[in-house]
Each structure stands twice: as structure tokens, then as C-alpha cells.
Design a protein around this ligand. Structure first.
Ligand SMILES: Nc1ncnc2c1ncn2[C@@H]1O[C@H](COP(=O)(O)OP(=O)(O)OP(=O)(O)O)[C@@H](O)[C@H]1O
Length: 329
């Protein structure tokens, strides 16, 4: 699929709240689960609803495998998102459907607005004083910017993992996992907390490595383990979508592979949106990709998006082809 590139001259006007009323067309969701992509040979190298709080966390058996249950994953839709820092427009009417239980990779050169777009998806963009935006973000059809919806709820439903692992270093591993509960005022019994710690650590693929040292500080773990601890912390509040901003960029190849395996396993229960500069990683982990570009001082747009395999092997736009093959960026 290729979306038309919008010019800066007819761009949307900034609003501190998203635009209401008529909504622009959002590309249709991917109908079925695409296969993981293979790269062309010369490819570039490179989180207070009561209902949720009361949700039952299933017992996990072997690491990474869980009894069948209804998925908690949500469908995320961005509709005509524009973004500004002061007068500097960095995104121009970007629409993207991020299907339930799939991994969507956001790719594109530095500065084209990928991280800004990601932060808009869970209302973190508005934390920057000069920031403004227009458009809408729908989680299962509900606008997360609806004034009736609490911002904390949006950030619980749509969790985020950052580039650099950020556990509370002096806090124990187990307390790190359930730190989100304390911050949101959620009460649980000791047994429930223990079960949640185990379930979250298993889902993040870390349980076997830390089960005998849960009371030791999170800061004592390796970088890759700390990142998986942060994923476990995000999962403990049972998000429907998990946003990941270059989650492996500070990690070694082995830790990167471990995180990628974890991402693949998570999609049973959570929708993932990941920003990555690593084309091989995008090909390994994602079901669909969106290629962002900001040309010659214009705001970032999505040049092309679709099935990852198609994006890498038969892109429709020459700029996508050049980017995925490492010719620029
Ligand atoms: N807090 C901020 N204040 C002002 N401008 C910002 C801020 N954050 C980002 N920008 C600007 O917005 C534009 C998009 O930045 P953003 O980080 O979203 O791009 P990106 O594609 O994620 O880049 P990278 O791949 O390098 O992380 C850039 O021009 C950047 O300088």
C-alpha cells in the first residue's frame, strides 16, 4: 500500500487537543497474519479501570507458554496525526492501522518523527510543554484523547518500553515488576503479587534467570536483563498495546535476540509497535512496517506501509526500496 505524500503547505493546523468531527480515512487493517519477512541480500545492516485491575493473570507453565485464553491485545488506529514542537511541524496527517496481536515496525531515517508518532500513541507527546497535535488515536475504536478518559488509563492500556533500560536500580527485581501497581494505587494480596511477578517475568522471558534472586536490586542485572525487567514491569499492568522505542539499541546481539524472541511471544496477548533503525530486526520481528520520511525540511509522513515481506522485497515506492536496501538513512 502506498499513501500519498502530503505537502507542508496544505497541512493541518495545530491543536492542543485532537481534532473532532469528521475523521479521515484510515488504511484498512491487515486481514491475516503475514509471514515474517526475509530480507533482500543487500539489505541495510545494521500501560485505572477496576475491571482491568481485577483481571485474572493466568498461571504460566513452561517459560513463554501459557494456557489458551482470550487475547487482551487491542487494535490501535492513528487517524490523520499531525504534530508540532512550538511552530516546528514534525508530522503531517499520518494515518496507520496497527492490528490486534501483530507487530508493527516504524522505520525511517533519523528525525522523520517516528518517536514523536510513538509517543502520541500513549499521550506522552503532551508532556513536552511546547508540543501540540491534531488527529485522533483510537484503541478498539475509543479515542484515547477523549476528555472523558483519564490520561493514566490511556498510558496503562498502552504501555511503553524505552531505548535505554530504566529499572529502579536500588529496588528489588520483584518490586520493580509490580512498581506500576503502586503508582496506580492498585491493591493486591501478597499471593496475587507473587503470582503477578512470576507471570510477568515469564512473559518477558526473564523468570528462569532471576527466580532465585527476586529480592536483589534490579540495577544488578545485565543491560538485556534490565530491558526484559522493564518489559515485565510494563506487562504487569496488563497493557493492550506495548510501544517499544528502539528497545535493543543499547544491547549486545545476544540480548537483542532474546528481546526479539520475547516480542514474538508477547503478541499472543498484546499488540506491539516498535521503532527500529535495524532493518534486519524489523524483518525478523514485524508483521507490517510503516516507512516514515521527512524530505527537505517538510514534516514527516508515511511514504508506504504494509506487509513486512512486501515492504522489503517488493516495495511500491522507490524511496522505500532505497531505504530498506541501505542506500540512505
Ligand atoms: N522535545 C522536543 N522538542 C523540540 N523538538 C523535538 C523534540 N523531540 C523531537 N523533536 C524534533 O522533532 C523531529 C522528529 O524527532 P523524532 O525524535 O520524533 O524523530 P525520529 O524519527 O524518532 O528520530 P530518531 O530516529 O533519530 O530517533 C526532529 O526534528 C526533532 O528534532
Amino acid at each position: 500500500m502506498t499513501s500519498s505524500t502530503l505537502s507542508a503547505t496544505d497541512s493541518a493546523q495545530p491543536q492542543h487537543a485532537p481534532a473532532r468531527g469528521a475523521r479521515p480515512h484510515v488504511p484498512s487493517p491487515v486481514e491475516s497474519a503475514p509471514q515474517r519477512a526475509t530480507l533482500p541480500q543487500n539489505a541495510a545492516q545494521d500501560s485505572s479501570s477496576t475491571a482491568q485491575e481485577e483481571a485474572v493473570f493466568p498461571r504460566v507453565t513452561p517459560e513463554g507458554s501459557r494456557p489458551a485464553k482470550e487475547s487482551n491485545a487491542g487494535e490501535l488506529g492513528a487517524e490523520s496525526i499531525s504534530a508540532w514542537f512550538g511552530t516546528h511541524q514534525v508530522l503531517d496527517r499520518v494515518s496507520l492501522s496497527m492490528p490486534k496481536g501483530k507487530v508493527t515496525a516504524l522505520i525511517g531515517p533519523s528525525g522523520c518523527g517516528k518517536s514523536t508518532f510513538l509517543r502520541i500513541l500513549n499521550r506522552m507527546h503532551e508532556l513536552v510543554p511546547s508540543a501540540a497535535l491534531a488527529g485522533a488515536v483510537l484503541l478498539d475504536g475509543q479515542d484515547i484523547y477523549d476528555p472523558a478518559l483519564r490520561v493514566t488509563q490511556a498510558r496503562r492500556d498502552i504501555g511503553m518500553v524505552f531505548q535505554k533500560p530504566n529499572p529502579f536500580p536500588a529496588m528489588s527485581i520483584q518490586d520493580n515488576v509490580i512498581a506500576g501497581l503502586a503508582l496506580t494505587g492498585t491493591k493486591r494480596s501478597k499471593d496475587e503479587k507473587e503470582e503477578l511477578v512470576e507471570t510477568s517475568l515469564r512473559r518477558a522471558g526473564l523468570w528462569n534467570e532471576v527466580k532465585d534472586r527476586l529480592r536483589q536490586p534490579g540495577g544488578g542485572l545485565s543491560g538485556g536483563q534490565q530491558q526484559r525487567l522493564c518489559i515485565a514491569r510494563s506487562l504487569a499492568i496488563r497493557p493492550r498495546v506495548l510501544l517499544m522505542d528502539e528497545p535493543c539499541s543499547a544491547l549486545d546481539p545476544t540480548s537483542t535476540r532474546r528481546i526479539e524472541e520475547t516480542i514474538t511471544e508477547l503478541t499472543e496477548d498484546v499488540t506491539v509497535v516498535i521503532v527500529t533503525h535495524n532493518m534486519q530486526q524489523a524483518a525478523r520481528v514485524s508483521d507490517q512496517c510503516a516507512f516514515f520520511l521527512a524530505e527537505a525540511g517538510t514534516p514527516g509522513v508515511i511514504v508506504e506501509w504494509g506487509d513486512t515481506d512486501a515492504m522489503f522485497n517488493s516495495p511500491q515506492d522507490s524511496r522505500t526500496n532505497d531505504y530498506v536496501n541501505g542506500r540512505f538513512g
